[in-house]
Design a binder for this molecule. Sequence first.
Ligand code: HEC
Ligand code: HEC
Length: 306
Amino acid sequence: MSIIKKIVTFKPGFNLRVIVGLISVVGFLSACAIVGLGDLSKALGAQDAKYTARSIEAGAKVYFEQCARCHGADGKGIDSQGPALNSIAFLGKTDAGREVQKSQRILDIGWVGNLDSYIRAVTTSGIPLKSSNQWEVIHPAFGQAVGGNLRDDQITDVSRFILNWAQNPATSGTIDSPKPGAAFVPKPTSAPLTPEQEAGKAVFLKNGCNACHAIKGVAQGNIGPNLSAIGTDAAAIITAADYKASQGKATTVEEFINESITAPGVYIAAKCPTGACPANVMPPNFKTTIPDADIKSLVAYLVSLK
Ligand code: HEC
Ligand code: HEC
């Protein structure tokens, strides 16, 4: 009695074709072994790397759509909106996939999992406690299981994208999360805005000033000067030699801010976030497009920023 026949009689109804199939799989695998398992695993390794690269690419898209507005396009964090994810403190450092420096953040908070599991946990469920008054926003919960808009595979992708920074993490200019316990730093309470200043803030946003200018907690533009303390900065500008040598005529903070908005060409601010300020970028026609009363409240708002 042949082996095949034995099996067939031993398990009635067993399909001969299945056995033939099994034998050919075994045959294929032995052929592979003969050809060289090394080559096979190399081929699978290359396949794996391709898959990871695609996942990182998909993660980049998720990051720029969902995370960059708070963590920054470069991942270095945005003041009061979100901490750096691209920083040596958060990521540690890896070299060719091998960890050479641990994540200080993971050590500080005593997270028992790895960094990937921490990123996924925060991304999926948000942060359940307000552990810090450093941030003016609450973390969104992105996981679909908790009512968010990201699938598990997208969360895997975005975590891979963030972890990929660990090969060359940013070491300067980052806004890192404060250490636990060091978080509740008393902040000076800023005086509440008057109704006119409140109206001016609305004018600022309505006219797209926020596309080019940053104001702490309000706007994140980075083309023109940061206006978070323009009420203080303007006082220094009008006494500086380069302003006096320009066509600017302002002698008070109010006049300077009004002039900057209604006649931006007369003086070009010195320092913009990415270098020297460009001329002819601040739109020249606000004097005609914004009603006088709105300009007045806009100036009152900007003067109050100190
Ligand atoms: C609305 C702003 C906002 C958005 C959008 C946002 N985050 Fe955050 N993120 C924060 C803030 C604020 C914190 C710090 C919260 C805290 O520590 O209490 C934080 C913390 C984190 C942390 C922990 C960092 C640390 O140092 O412990 C991770 C990881 C993270 N976010 C990932 C993401 C990912 C991934 C996305 C996009 C899918 C995202 N975040 C979108 C605001 C945001
Ligand atoms: C397209 C980008 C852009 C927009 C939109 C824009 N600005 Fe500007 N703004 C700039 C640039 C660039 C400068 C610096 C060059 C200069 O002084 O003209 C500047 C300069 C200023 C200054 C002087 C700052 C300083 O430190 O000297 C003020 C004040 C100002 N803008 C207010 C506003 C207001 C208010 C609005 C909205 C009504 C606005 N800007 C819209 C780009 C812009």
